[in-house]
Design a protein around this ligand. Structure first.
Ligand code: ADP
Length: 190
């Protein structure tokens, strides 16, 4: 079993690297952003609740996020573990994830954080906005709010894993394959 948290600000490349990691290690990808967008497109109640927060670039309340993650972890599949992308985003989410893992007799092996300078992030998000159709990628104020929320509320999650000796960082600027190789090196040390 390999359960990893891929961490980093919006636009860090978590989604891109997750796709490569799930193939290499046979993991199930749990991206809370993707799950919310799926709920939105299906018009579920959960999607409607999440929409107002997502549109504002704010965090969806912990209880909503955690319930959704729990349902996904509980689903059986052929995978060898999970890659959490965009979750946990608050220390309360991280604590609940540990509890959730324990309930399923699993644990988080470690967190890999992708480091990317703010100016590069903004440029990547603006570029993504041209094709992603994501309204939160097309509005400068929303991009700024998301980066601020990351710095204020999400960054402390890195400390949470660091204190447990489960933290590694990787430079998120470079070629996709180069970054991928560096992530894999760190994962194999967990
Ligand atoms: P990005 O990393 O580019 O901001 P995501 O797809 O991860 O994009 O998330 C999009 C939005 O979904 C966030 O701005 C937030 O509103 C919501 N969201 C995603 N994951 C979480 C989470 N773990 N906790 C709270 N809100 C979340």
């Amino acid at each position: 079993m390999l359960n990893i948290v891929l961490f980093g600000p919006p636009g860090a490349g978590k989604g891109t690297q997750s796709q490569k990691l799930i193939e290499k290690y046979n993991l199930k990808h749990i991206s809370t952003g993707d799950l919310f967008r799926k709920h939105l497109s299906e018009g579920t109640e959960l999607g409607k609740t999440a929409q107002q927060y997502m549109d504002a670039g704010k965090l969806v309340p912990d209880a909503v996020v955690i319930g959704m993650v729990e349902d996904t972890v509980a689903q059986k599949g052929p995978h060898q573990g999970f890659i959490f992308d965009g979750f946990p985003r608050t220390v309360a989410q991280a604590e609940t994830l540990d509890q959730l893992m324990e309930n399923f007799n699993m644990k988080i092996n470690g967190m890999v954080a992708l480091e990317v300078p703010v100016e590069v992030l903004k440029e990547r998000i603006r570029e993504r906005g041209k094709t992603s159709g994501r309204t939160d990628d097309q509005d400068e104020a929303k991009i700024n709010t998301r980066i601020k929320v990351y710095l204020d509320e999400t960054l402390p999650v890195a400390k949470y894993y660091e204190q447990q000796g489960k933290f590694a960082k990787v430079n998120g600027v470079g070629s996709i394959n180069e970054i991928f190789d560096n992530i894999c090196q760190e994962i194999e040390k967990f």
